[in-house]
Write a protein that binds this ligand. Sequence first.
Ligand code: NDP
Length: 410
Amino acid sequence: MSKVLIIGCGGVASVAIHKCCQVPEVFTDICIASRTKSKCDKLAAELAPKTTTNITTAQVDADHVDEVIALIKSYQPDLVMNIALPYQDLTIMDACLACGVNYMDTANYEPENTDDPAWRAIYEKRCKEAGFSAYFDYSWQWAYAKKFEEAGLTALLGSGFDPGVTQAYCAYAKKHEFDTIDTIDILDCNGGDHGYAFATNFNPEINLREVSAPGSYWENGHWVEIPAMSIKREYDFDKVGQKDMYLLHHEEIESLAKNIPEAKRIRFFMTFGQSYLDHMRCLEDVGMLSTTPINFNGQEIVPIQFLKALLPDPASLGPRTKGKTNIGCIFTGKKDGKEKTYYIYNVCDHQECYKEVGSQAISYTTGVPAMCGALMLLTGKWTTKGVHTVEEFDPDPLSGRTGQVRPAPL
Ligand code: NDP
């Protein structure tokens, strides 16, 4: 019996909301709130005949903390699920603290305006001290830890697939498969084909910022940063086949380095086809990935936002995407004094996801763990107060190992 406020109604949120409505005994009431209310109304109307969850909708601009506070106060939820964009993480966390409500999201904070001098000064100091230059990092949200602890609240960060399930795999490996973990390689393969020359599988602005940034990995207690796409490997993925993959910076490396300190090396690889890389390089070379506003015919535009308007909406890729994803972690380490390698991964079929919830597998593999994370908090399986990432919680109820809660299968 829970009331949940879900902020955002894009590709990932739509899947999470579908999945919440499949567990109406826990998600008895949900309010879908987003910047564009008509999208929330459309989804609510589509789901209402299929569920006993009581769905309401609201308009909110989550960039404004007072708007989120007013909405929380009027709806009185047990949990706020932030499935909008990373830009809204801090305002929504502030609102949750002000109203005494638990919080969760699927991606760590990054600012919309990377030219903001106040943010930039902190960012440049962090680049020097920490040794990686991605725009996103956990420091902003970890800074809320004491406030959440003192308020007796939980903030669950990054409950998607990667970040999210990949860290649950790490917690599972550490608890059940290893005495010590030496290396972690996270492998994210999308073998799907949507038939477009170029499109991104989730929010284009966030996606292109992430993959065009320098790569980095954790080794022997520090970050090693490399030029974007400069480390390439080939890998034969189960159910997908041979793919080229490239080393990227990814947010869960940062929290895993903190929470599994014995790991000597942590890396993240993602597959890309040559056409995607050629398009991205060209767009970058002509300035289309820039986040700095320019004046065009008397109007200020941000190039990457203009590009987003031209590209296919990721939520529209569902009917056209065929093939499978394969995402998982390869571990090396020791168990009972012996060297051991262990690989745990999930395979998801784009068309099967579309049949079930009307979305492609990237939104699906993110939206399902978002619902599962909420389920862990709402059913009291994960109760640690403060600000925490997925690997800090017991993986067993999530995996169904204890048989107490069996979330919808991925
Ligand atoms: P979309 O762009 O499809 O959806 C974003 C939603 O947020 C839209 O409904 C948008 O509204 C809404 N929104 C944006 N700004 C605001 C605001 N100021 N106030 C209220 N609502 C707002 O993104 P995705 O669904 O692809 O991604 C959602 C999140 O999931 C992102 O944070 C992304 O980084 C994360 N993600 C995480 C993954 C993981 O594995 N952990 C993988 C993939 C994504 P509007 O329609 O008006 O624009």
